[in-house]
Design a binder for this molecule. Structure first.
Ligand code: FE2
Length: 487
């Protein structure tokens, strides 16, 4: 285990980082992450551990299987669904997690007809009709999590509302489902979020401790949940770094605790560096000036920006401005429905050259990269709930709306700009060296107050795509949970 830990430190480039080593030494916490991380989490790993198969019966000449579970529910499965869902070693290559192509139903001609079914040690054991030699075993936990989605509830089960037909473990995954990326998946439910305005206090945001989050899996998972509930977290106790720091600390934190920093093809390092530059051409590097509130566009895969943003104050102090765009969107929906309609229907044209926009950076660009997006500033799911805000004024390009729509859209856009910079919603947050600011970039806009940065302010940071965030969360939770089809 020690060799594994050393290799991990070496790979992350932190072996010579005394600050991080000091911070992690008391609990041996780097090893904790390495040793406790589950090896494999897949669709076959159920978080339900306390639900057995109690009884099984066949109907429709073996084409359907009714399963009674130990929690009192009963569901009927298609035999073919069960045959197609086989996940044991005989059906799926264990390490790569790949289905064995010669054994899939279409290759074998198996129509899912069950010859016999039995309960064995709390599991369902099936002998398939088409091949006397092949059997499949399904744990109660595996079947129970899929049952309300793919099964037909029995008479007494169907009397419960659909949500109550699910096992109680489903609730543990509710916070994560909106970030699954699956088609039609709804935005975060209202009970999963705490929207905020400017409360007029010095510091209204929650803090977490770097060493604890970096060194303990439970604290890491709690941090991720809190981040999505509040939209903002401030990480304290970040180890001090010396002049010439290479960004390895913020990369390590992001890789370890949030699933990995996004890499863009236009720069060698995953992280960016922003430090003061005299006569900077880009507003990002002119640190004395006000930088308007915006969402980071990162490299928006399919037009969708990264889910999280991490900013490490390496040196100096500054004041960031933050806005809960979900709260602003709800206020616009209520106060000016016509403006809300314009902002959620029509796209805002943006363009960014990922090398030219970093002309003032200390980091060299590698290859040219020009990305254009045209998404609504406020994006909704099919139920009309806010999924994301996507807006950065510096990269806005000429509006392409037709003559008859332009004035209405521009009025709505002007209201948006006014509200996200107004005292009702904008919050100023002083941040110093030794702290990190972590944001939900789909929800919280960020900017910089003018004239409030120390001359030596140096920040390093980067973005985390949705996929990386999900991957880390699922590994920390040790299982995943099936998401129904919303189409
Ligand atoms: Fe930014």
């Amino acid at each position: 285990m020690m060799m594994k830990m050393l290799r991990s430190v070496k790979r992350s480039g932190l072996r010579g980082h005394p600050g991080l080593q000091r911070a992690l030494r008391p609990s041996g916490s780097l090893a904790t992450h390495t040793s406790e991380k589950p090896s494999f989490v897949s669709a076959a790993v159920s978080p339900i551990r306390d639900c057995d198969v109690k009884q099984v019966s066949l109907s429709q000449k073996g084409r359907q299987v009714e399963v009674d579970f130990s929690d009192g529910t009963s569901f009927t499965f298609h035999g073919l669904w069960l045959r197609d869902a086989c996940r044991g070693k005989h059906w799926v290559a264990e390490v790569p997690g790949e289905k064995i192509l010669s054994r899939i139903p279409t290759a074998t001609g198996c129509d899912g007809t069950v010859r016999s079914a039995a309960v064995r040690d709390g599991e369902l054991e099936i002998l398939w009709g088409s091949s006397a030699s092949s059997t499949s075993n399904f744990s109660g936990g595996f079947l129970r999590m899929y049952a309300p989605i793919v099964g037909k509830p029995s008479k007494q089960t169907v009397e419960k509302p659909l949500e109550a037909q699910h096992h109680e473990k489903k609730a543990d995954f509710k916070w994560l489902e909106p970030y699954s990326g699956f088609h039609g998946v709804p935005a975060p439910a209202k009970d999963q979020l705490e929207l905020w305005k400017n409360q007029g206090v010095r510091d209204q945001f929650q803090h977490r401790d770097f060493t604890k989050v970096r060194g303990d899996n439970a604290a890491n998972l709690e941090m991720m949940k809190a981040l999505m509930r509040h939209g903002v977290l401030i990480i304290d106790g970040v180890p001090a770094v010396s002049d010439g720091h290479d960004g390895s600390l913020v990369r390590d934190f992001t890789d370890s605790c949030l699933g990995g920093m996004q890499k863009d093809p236009a720069r060698t390092d995953a992280n960016w560096v922003i430090t003061r530059k005299e006569a900077a051409q880009s507003i990002s590097y002119a640190q004395d000036l006000r930088l308007n509130n915006h969402s980071d566009q990162s490299v928006p895969a399919h037009g969708i920006p990264a889910l999280c943003l991490v900013v490490h104050y390496v040196e100096g102090t500054g004041t960031n401005t933050l806005v809960d765009a979900y709260a602003v969107a709800e206020a616009i929906r209520e106060r000016d429905p016509a403006a809300f309609k314009m902002l959620t229907t029509y796209g805002s044209c943006q363009e960014r050259d990922y090398v030219r926009s970093r002309v003032d950076s200390t980091q060299a660009g590698t290859q040219g990269m020009l990305i254009s997006t045209k998404k609504p500033i406020i994006q909704l799911d099919h139920l009309g709930q806010v999924v994301r805000a996507q807006y950065n004024e510096v990269f806005r390009t000429p509006v392409t709306l037709s003559f008859d729509k332009f004035e209405d859209w521009f009025r709505a856009y002007s209201l948006w700009v006014e509200m996200i910079h107004g005292p009702e919603f904008e919050v100023e947050v002083p941040i110093s060296a030794g702290q990190m600011l972590v944001l939900d970039n789909w929800r919280v806009l960020h900017g910089r107050a003018g004239g409030k940065s120390s001359p030596n302010r140096t920040i390093m940071g980067g973005t985390v795509v949705r996929e990386a965030f999900m991957s880390r969360a699922i590994q920390l939770m040790g299982a995943t949970y099936p998401v129904p089809d919303y189409a």
